[in-house]
Design a protein around this ligand. Structure first.
Ligand code: HEC
Ligand code: HEC
Ligand code: HEC
Length: 365
């Protein structure tokens, strides 16, 4: 496989913004090291198999309670690609998704793992499908973004109609078009067209992200790729129109700087008696990494039920922080280790949130 293409990724990866209390982490993309699928396999078993399955087939123990379901890697089909329709994703595409997670889904951002580990995971995932045996295809070129103007947005509306985006995404972009309700993905699961009023596409909301989503399409779903069907100028107009539909849209959209992307998190209502800052920050961490198993209400469905079993939180901070860091295998299931994913401050914040929301607000003596 052609590793030299990774250099183009370095330019794309640049910076991404995490929702954590003003912290910005550099994504730290580096040249791809020599392939190490065996190392990737070991990492995969401890970090990913709980959702994606020990064989990479998407059938992990918690998979059936997640919507959308975790990806089945044996198909070699990826939603987030930078390549023309019909072409497989690049290694850099997978690296980027692993690093950034997917907006509004249970797929976490693994930016806390060392870069070499993330590449080893890419090697392992690619080894699961023969689609990655050949040379890597080139990514779709993204020409420089023209300025956002009301004319561009108006022209984009016409392109939206001409390309019949509205049949799936609806007249107002809410994902409620006439063809939208009955759509299924290639595994037969229902899939909803993106609701453009949220301003939170799965791959990120930089204008370049939306540009590539439209041109590459979303593999494994009915969303076609329009590469070759639409000019660069028309695509940019379309991007401006799509982004103008977000509820809080005002250029450069949802509080972002053009050219940077942000992956934000499901919002968990902070039902808290002690609304201090650590708890508020912890709510964001919980909404990003914990709610899929522990529930928005702390009652499961897959992780420990903090409310029904008070012994869970009747442990010292020290003990619980160690569990959060290192994970645990107990009577209920597997709790993944979060040490490589969230830093120590975030571990404390999320524990503060859990205590304030679901149990004894202070650690027992
Ligand atoms: C808590 C559950 C969970 C864990 C843990 C998890 N994932 Fe995912 N992952 C998901 C879900 C759910 C999706 C599918 C989201 C969608 O289709 O919108 C996904 C999708 C993906 C994708 C597919 C992106 C695409 O373009 O289709 C990749 C790659 C991926 N995960 C890699 C990993 C790796 C590597 C790990 C371990 C380091 C991991 N995941 C751990 C839930 C998880
Ligand atoms: C046949 C139905 C269909 C048509 C036509 C269609 N889409 Fe989609 N689109 C979808 C579905 C389904 C998804 C969600 C896929 C997912 O979440 O896995 C989607 C997702 C998207 C996304 C979100 C990408 C992301 O990162 O989450 C954007 C942006 C988008 N479509 C734009 C468009 C535009 C612009 C057009 C017209 C040029 C269009 N779509 C035409 C079905 C369609
Ligand atoms: C993939 C599912 C999953 C995710 C995601 C998850 N957990 Fe857990 N967690 C579990 C399971 C399962 C248990 C119970 C293990 C057992 O006792 O069988 C647990 C137990 C716990 C406990 C109780 C430990 C004890 O001693 O009883 C704490 C605290 C906890 N998790 C915190 C978190 C935090 C914080 C996050 C997010 C950073 C998180 N969990 C994310 C599955 C998960």
């Amino acid at each position: 496989m052609d590793r030299s293409r990774q250099t183009s990724f370095t330019a794309i990866a640049a910076l991404f913004v995490l929702a954590f209390a003003g912290q910005a982490l550099a994504e730290g993309a580096v040249a791809r090291p020599a392939a190490d699928p065996a190392r990737g396999h070991a990492l995969y078993q401890s970090r990913c198999a709980v959702c994606h399955g020990v064989h990479g087939d998407g059938k992990g123990p918690v998979a059936s309670s997640l919507e959308p379901r975790p990806r089945d890697f044996t198909t070699g089909q990826y939603r987030i690609r930078s390549t023309p329709p019909g072409q497989p994703a690049t290694g850099a595409d997978l690296y980027r998704t692993i690093s950034r997670g997917m907006n509004g889904t249970a797929m976490p951002a693994w930016s806390g793992l060392p870069s070499a580990d993330r590449w080893a995971l890419v090697d392992y995932l690619q080894s699961l499908s023969p689609r990655f045996a050949g040379d890597e295809p080139a990514s779709i070129a993204i020409p420089p973004a023209p300025p956002v103007t009301s004319d561009a947005i108006a022209r984009g509306r016409l392109v939206y109609e001409r390309l019949t985006c509205n049949t799936c995404h609806g007249e107002t972009g809410r994902g409620d078009g006439p063809a939208g309700a009955a759509l299924k993905d290639t595994s037969g699961r229902p899939v909803r067209p993106y609701d453009m009023t949220t301003g939170r596409p799965k791959r990120g909301n930089a204008p370049e992200d939306v540009f590539v989503a439209v041109r590459a399409g979303i593999e494994g779903t009915p969303m076609p790729g329009f590469d070759g069907t639409v000019t660069d100028d028309d695509t940019w107009d379309l991007v401006r129109y799509v982004q103008s539909l977000a509820r809080d849209a005002s250029p450069p959209y949802a509080g972002q700087t053009e050219g940077t992307a942000s992956v934000d998190v499901p919002v968990v209502a902070a039902a808290t008696a002690a609304p201090d800052e650590a708890v508020a920050r912890g709510a964001v961490v919980y909404g990003m990494f914990c709610f899929a198993c522990h529930g928005v209400d702390g009652k499961g469905p897959i992780g420990a039920n903090f409310v029904a079993d008070p012994t869970r939180l009747a442990k010292s901070d020290e003990v619980l922080l160690k569990t959060i860091r290192e994970g645990m295998t107990g009577t209920v299931g597997v709790m993944p280790p979060w040490g490589p994913v969230i830093n120590e401050g975030q571990q404390r914040d999320v524990l503060a949130y859990i205590r304030a929301s679901f149990g004894a607000p202070t650690a027992p003596p």
